[in-house]
Design a protein around this ligand. Structure first.
Ligand code: BES
Ligand code: MN
Ligand code: MN
Length: 462
């Protein structure tokens, strides 16, 4: 099955291509949903599977590290302590697949359609971290490893990485490396490869508005008693002004404004507004005034309601003035905002705008700090060279609106920047029904990652 050492990496990938895809399918069949305790055993099964594959790829060792939640898989291959070390991070957990009825094929029964693999986790992040395990196999069976490799694949990214946080703080020696590589982001397109250099932070919270002590007849009481849903809507609406700026006092105080030069650099990324709207089925956009769409997405903080509920939502009509209303709200943050501070500012402000007649509770969920990765590092140079060799183009640096909170923690605790070598596309529909990952991206990613190892070995220390 495996070819012998000496073959070049590209032909090794080509001749093992179908097996790589089949293996990924096995992983995609495991419903490792971290948020839902019903899948706890499956999450563990996925961890065991990943451990096996890291060993099969040629690692010296791979183990499960138990946590209060789902296990962390850690494996390594140290070829020579004098060589540079690459630490790979990824996550084997996935988002819940709901709503199931909107999937064209079952989320945990992967299928290929139009050269894309459809399954929950195909791009986020199973198809992406698995490229690293395959790159390890490829290098091991062809040229040999040009760098030492450490791999840390966690099972709680989609629920906030709390236990990984602790693991990193307690295992700094184990995780010692020269660079971190993460494939968990997207590129502009296959024609315009890009490397992410900015991720947003996150403050996520839930609010509860209580009016009367019980549900009331909306005719008998409506008009006199504060309706918590009406009130919540008004409160939420007031959080943004007519320019789509957030009205929470102090919210923008620590936002780092970019220089004109930095903004010009960002504007180099191609962006087609018409195609963007068309793809989303909207006839207009509604971002913060004074900033381009790429800036709104990449460098400006945002506030969005992620869910809102209360009252009667069943079939037909029921005339009721509800006792309670709820919403889940996310704020995406940019340097140098701090998610603890922003959560506190939100809480204070939201309580202060509550009108008479209702009580308000704010319950913070998880959060994370924003991160920016410098482009003048050996890691970024190695990434650029790897893309140049595999894609015949140097990648454009971009800032993403998504969050991978552990990246900021790696900077703080390990003093290491992460190279965000993501091969997904926005059209992969991560977190949505019909998530997919292009076979081209999967295979090309394995090639690019293998080249990254080679180039990092060459540029490191120069
Ligand atoms: N892989 C995503 C983050 C991402 C996606 C970054 C696309 C850039 C582009 C990650 O798995 C994710 O979903 N993160 C969460 C945050 C987490 C704390 C739940 C997010 O961004 O909502
Ligand atoms: Mn992810
Ligand atoms: Mn995700």
């Amino acid at each position: 099955m495996n070819q012998t050492k000496g073959t070049d990496t590209k032909s090794y990938i080509e001749s093992n291509r179908q097996r790589f895809i089949d293996e990924l399918f096995d992983l995609l069949r495991i419903p490792s949903v971290s948020a839902d305790s019903k899948f706890k055993a499956d999450v563990r099964r996925a961890a065991e599977w990943v451990r096996e594959k890291i060993l099969e790829a040629g690692a010296d060792s791979a183990e499960l590290h138990e946590t209060k939640g789902h296990p962390i898989v850690y494996g390594e291959k140290i070829v020579d302590p004098s060589l540079p070390t690459i630490l790979i991070y990824g996550h084997y957990d996935v988002q819940p697949a709901d709503p199931y009825e909107l999937w064209d094929s079952p989320p945990f029964e992967p299928v290929v359609k139009d050269q894309k693999i459809f399954a929950r986790g195909a791009a986020d992040d199973k198809g992406q971290f698995y490229m690293h395990i395959k790159a390890l196999e490829v290098l091991n069976n062809t040229t040999g490893l040009p760098c030492n490799v450490k791999m840390m694949i966690e099972g709680e990214e989609e629920v906030g990485s709390e236990n990984l946080d602790i693991f990193v703080k307690n295992n700094k020696e184990l995780l010692k490396a020269d660079v971190i590589v993460v494939s968990d982001t997207s590129m502009i397109s296959n024609e315009h490869p890009s490397v992410t250099v900015g991720l947003k932070g996150l403050s996520y919270l839930e609010v509860e508005v209580t009016g009367p002590n019980r549900d009331l007849h909306s005719g008998t009481y409506g008009g006199a008693v504060a309706n918590p849903i009406n009130t919540l809507c008004r409160m939420i609406a007031s959080l943004q002004d007519e320019n789509n700026r957030i009205t929470i006092p102090g919210f923008y105080d620590k936002v780092a404004e970019l220089t004109l030069e930095e903004r010009k650099e960002l504007a180099k990324a191609p962006f087609d507004e018409e195609a963007y709207k068309k793809e989303l089925g909207v006839d207009g956009l509604a971002g913060e005034k004074g900033y381009t769409i790429l800036e709104q997405l990449g460098i400006r903080p945002t506030l969005d309601v992620n869910g809102i509920w209360g009252g009667y939502t069943g079939e037909g009509a029921k005339t009721v003035l509800p006792s309670k209303a709820y919403a889940k709200i996310s704020m995406r943050l940019v340097p140098d905002q701090d998610h603890h501070e922003i959560t506190a500012l939100f809480e204070k402000h939201f309580m202060s705008i509550a009108p008479e007649g209702v009580k308000v509770k704010v319950k913070p969920h998880h959060g994370g700090q924003p991160a920016v990765v410098p482009t003048d590092s050996p890691g970024f140079e190695a990434a650029s060279r790897a893309f140049e060799e595999a894609w015949n183009k140097r990648p454009v640096p971009t800032r993403d609106g998504g969050s991978i909170p552990i990246v900021a923690l790696f900077q703080k605790e390990l003093g290491l920047d992460s190279i965000l070598l993501g091969f997904g596309l926005n059209s992969d529909a991560i977190h949505s029904p019909n998530e997919s990952y292009g076979i081209f991206n999967f295979i090309k990613g394995i090639e690019t990652i293998s080249l990254f190892h080679k180039h990092f070995g060459e540029v490191h220390g120069k």
